[in-house]
Design a protein around this ligand. Sequence first.
Ligand code: NAD
Length: 483
Amino acid sequence: MKLGELQQHARHYINGRWETGVTTGISENPSDTREVVAEYARADRSQAELAIRAAAEALPHWSHSAPQRRADVLDQIGSELLARKDELGALLAREEGKTLPEAVGEVARAGQIFKFFAGEALRIPGETMASVRPGVQVDVTREPVGVVGLIAPWNFPFAIPAWKIAPALAYGNTVVFKPAESVPACGWALAEIISRSTLPAGVFNLVMGSGREVGQAFVDSPLVNALSFTGSVATGERILQSAAARRAKVQLEMGGKNPLVVLADADLEQAVECALQGSYFSTGQRCTASSRLIVEAPMHDAFVARLRQRLAALKVGHALERGTEMGPVADRSQLDQNQAYLEIARNEGAEHVWGGELLERPTPGHYMSPALFLARPEHRIAREEVFGPIACVLRADDYEHALALANDTPFGLCAGICTTSLKHAMHFKRHAEVGMTMVNLPTAGVDFHVPFGGRKGSSYGPREQGRYAAEFYTTVKTGYMLA
Ligand code: NAD
């Protein structure tokens, strides 16, 4: 099957069948907005409810399926993603706008995630405990949580769905999955692979469309036992309220305003490289992006000067063009939001160091240059998530001040430090109020086999990925037996 033909007609996958939508939408290439990447089916609420019912009907059988069966299915999906990473990476680069090497890397990661959870399906843990009563045996076993509703954002359209779908299936749940509206071809391509993996009808369902109709149908349905959401804080909070009202299990991964602390004893080149990669790669559209660069005073001016030099040389262009280091912004509304934040930064008195202009390229796209400001902690650009290629530098008097600035945020996803001091690195790892820390590494760029998630306003519920994913995708049962 050729992807080029099929992506023109991305349809829903409901109860083992490909279905047309109630309406049709399109996705376009942010590197060349003349190009339509996909025409896709859009569901309304009742079509989403059909998919939910199919998942509920498939649950009794799948939840008791043999772990080996689940392992084989996940392994097969992972192998195909890995084998087709170049082709699917090109689709991802076309639809979302990240550079081709970034996109190919993401598809490969999605493949590795499926393979990891293929193994986990065979390692579902349990415990046997001594009872406090004589003659009684106690065990604790894990069971699937039920029908899970998976709602994904646009910025990692293969990896994020993979790290939700793979553990959901590994632990015996059935799935209704909704990709973000701007990346339906990626969601569909993943579903197309899953559809050929011999899963029983209804175990996995893809429904495309708006968050307000399809997503909200997942959130409201009493048949959906658990909801895993990645996206914006505003949407996450709405989902939490509705889900809590009907006592559904919820996992939310939301925004970040991640600090990268650079101490005076850091290796300057290494620190600038961490900032460049962490703040601007993937066009800054990563929840783990380091949008606050907190630099100790003696290093401040040299760091800003060197980063400015690197930004000036950064190649911004078409995502598929060889040598492009930063692709376009993913869509028009995100570009408008970025531009609005540049205006806010200037109006609040942040000092402009570099970039932010709209760029003309041979193809019409959402191009802008990477932007850097010197800010104060109270500036909105230092407090609110922009989700674009925009970072600010905050000056710190010393390590303690830098740590206080790093923690002075409602978010708590990831925090990094560049230093040659083991003492400060260890102290920072312990005292950063986040879910993930990085030492002499960019804040973005994580492994797939360990927990991912944050604290404070960034996350809610159990962590994703690695074996910790079992906390969300299973429920425990305690069994007592008179021996
Ligand atoms: P978004 O919140 O607008 O949308 C995310 C998903 O939720 C989409 O599929 C959307 O259709 C759906 N949705 C919207 N309204 C809904 C509703 N009422 N009910 C149910 N679903 C609904 O976010 P986005 O613009 O797609 O993604 C960007 C955001 O995602 C950024 O703020 C970023 O920080 C965040 N993000 C977080 C992580 C993380 O792991 N913490 C990872 C990637 C992106």
